[in-house]
Design a protein around this ligand. Sequence first.
Ligand SMILES: [Zn+2]
Ligand SMILES: [Zn+2]
Length: 323
Amino acid sequence: MENYKSSFGGEIEEIPNIYVDNFERKDKIAYFLSHAHTDHTVGMYGRVNGENLRINGAKIYMSEETRTILSINHWCYEMTLSDMVEPLKVGMTYSIDLPDGKSLEVTLIPVTHMIGAVMFLFKTEEKTVLYTGDFIMEQEEISSLKKLHDNSGNPLYIDTMYVDATFGHVGYMFFPSRSLCHSEVVNVIKTWLDNENCGVALFHNCQYGYEDMHKEIYRKLGIKLFTGNLQMLNTYRQLYGPANVLTEDSDSKIHICKNRQPDMSHKGCGVSTGNDRRYLNIYVTVTQGAFFRPGQPAIIRKTENSLHMCYPTHCSKSQRLLY
Ligand SMILES: [Zn+2]
Ligand SMILES: [Zn+2]
């Protein structure tokens, strides 16, 4: 690899006709969106943006899952974007004709970050460029990714890598692994629910990116998680089908909810029974991981019924340095 760049800004210097994860410039012909978080869709939503992006007959490429998330969660999608969006299958390679007569090969490589998130591996006749978007990947995972290796198993030569640099501060040298987070959160929930008339409330800042944790809680405890957010519920239903682990049944003992007041009863969530439940509040955030060191727990108890958990959504500084 020759170059290492931060991923923000949209421009891929080696492929000037395209823009990635940024829609502020409207003179491109092909846009790529790595995942649905809104810090990557700047300049995309709204009628005026839609009209201006359409002027050059531009296409917006993204994974099928990201397309589903946008179409359910953004009211303007059908009106302003749907005819420009080209959904692509994760793990597949496509050839796209660019207006300068050249063709661009793009491969969507799945990453752990949120459902539908991908890295883009771009190949032109001259250059090979990897755009990571936001991601978490352990060293052993990257060596097993076939799309980043040739047929003999040797790593591909990449001219330039555009890398997620969200947590570049030295305080974020390490994050706990997701598997550690999952086993700790399952244990604290199980222990709390062993007491009578108790419930658990999970709070996370973004709607999406915690799907693995929700699935693991359901897999280990057999309890579906209540959400009052119908868009999120519909998205999960559409993407996961029968494997969906969210429910609109507010009597569930585990809530993903916005009720951040420690002593509230969750009546606002529509709880019809067990209004006097004692809730354990688990606040989930990656920044809780500042100055985390290997060997430490991912969950810290603040009060008897209030826990803070560091849950990684991006690479730590030490993971990124591996690349
Ligand atoms: Zn993101
Ligand atoms: Zn609630």
